[in-house]
Design a protein around this ligand. Sequence first.
Ligand SMILES: CO[C@@H]1O[C@H](CNc2nc3cc4c(=O)[nH]c(N)nc4cc3[nH]2)[C@@H](O)[C@H]1O
Ligand SMILES: [Zn+2]
Length: 371
Amino acid sequence: MTKPGTFVVHATDGNARRGTLSTAHGDIQTPIFMPVGTQGTVKSLSPQDLEEMNAQIILGNTYHLYLRPGDELVARRGGLHKFSNWNRPILTDSGGFQVFSLKGIRKLSEEGVEFRSYIDGSKHFFSPEKAIEIQMNLGSDIMMVLDECVGYGADRGYTEKSLEMTTRWAKRCRERYPAGSGDQLMFGIVQGGFFKDLRTRSAEQLCSLPFEGFAIGGLSVGESIPEMYEQVHHTAPLLPAEKPRYLMGVGTPLDLLEAVSAGVDMLDCVLPSRNARNGTLFTSQGKINIKKAAYKEDDSPLDPNCNCYTCRNFSKAYLRHLYMSKELLSYRLNTYHNLYFYLDLMQQVRDSIENGTFAQLKARYEDAYAA
Ligand SMILES: CO[C@@H]1O[C@H](CNc2nc3cc4c(=O)[nH]c(N)nc4cc3[nH]2)[C@@H](O)[C@H]1O
Ligand SMILES: [Zn+2]
């Protein structure tokens, strides 16, 4: 098995990179989209479904799994892979985003952040070290540092102070689990809000630390698409070319393509799974909403160009019926298709970088998804 953390770039097409990241639970082919499985499950799908659609890595969340069922309970059952019977790579987010984006009381200090459980309101405290200890208990292949994701519209002064603390917290996370001390990888997270010089400072400070990869945080927090793209194109090239670059919480199919064109290698977003549950489905011809009356007697598949279980076996009319009747199977079939679509899109991206046709692929989807 290749040493976990090894990242090899096999081909490039412009700034887009085709790579392989090795982890203790297998290799990840990049660029990659990572389905979100907040509570140790990608909602409505089984590990078998995810393997069938060639999901290579899924996300779990420190905040949620710490609160329920508890990271120590998971550790006693051999860690999150064994507990959820998902034996491919897992990345866990540190909870930084959840703690800072959840409503309700939280107290932030140099030491860490105090917050209340969304389940029963009980008080809890995450230090950077605690956030790493939870991820060590979960046994995730990629751990994220505890950071402060400042909200959209935060002023320069606050953003500047926050990024300095995020760097100090990143150092503490790395010291808690030093590089090479085990098979788990650790990624730093660049902040700096929407101030390019602060993004540069955050990247410089973090990239001097021995992380196996680097994430762009603080985006997809309510800003406009052009504002997000501007920060992605500014920040991605600042990150070491020989390490994986992960854009957190992004995005639509066009966002994925734009981020890859800026040099991003890894992305995650709740969009495909969350939208599936409200009937918004992504297809090769653009987005459709299955609840539309027009589909009532439409016997055609969701997407004629999609080879997924949903598109091969069910009509739009049936999928609309399931959705309108709030049947559980609607969640499953819609989620299956949306994630299959995202994963298949990224397979096309990987192939296009290898044969130098990424720009053409991006243009084709831009036409299909033009507003
Ligand atoms: C577009 O979907 C909406 O927006 C959220 C995705 N946007 C997002 N931005 C993020 C930033 C960070 C960060 O700076 N740090 C850490 N540790 N994790 C992060 C996770 C993030 N997720 C979804 O939850 C959904 O509500
Ligand atoms: Zn499909």
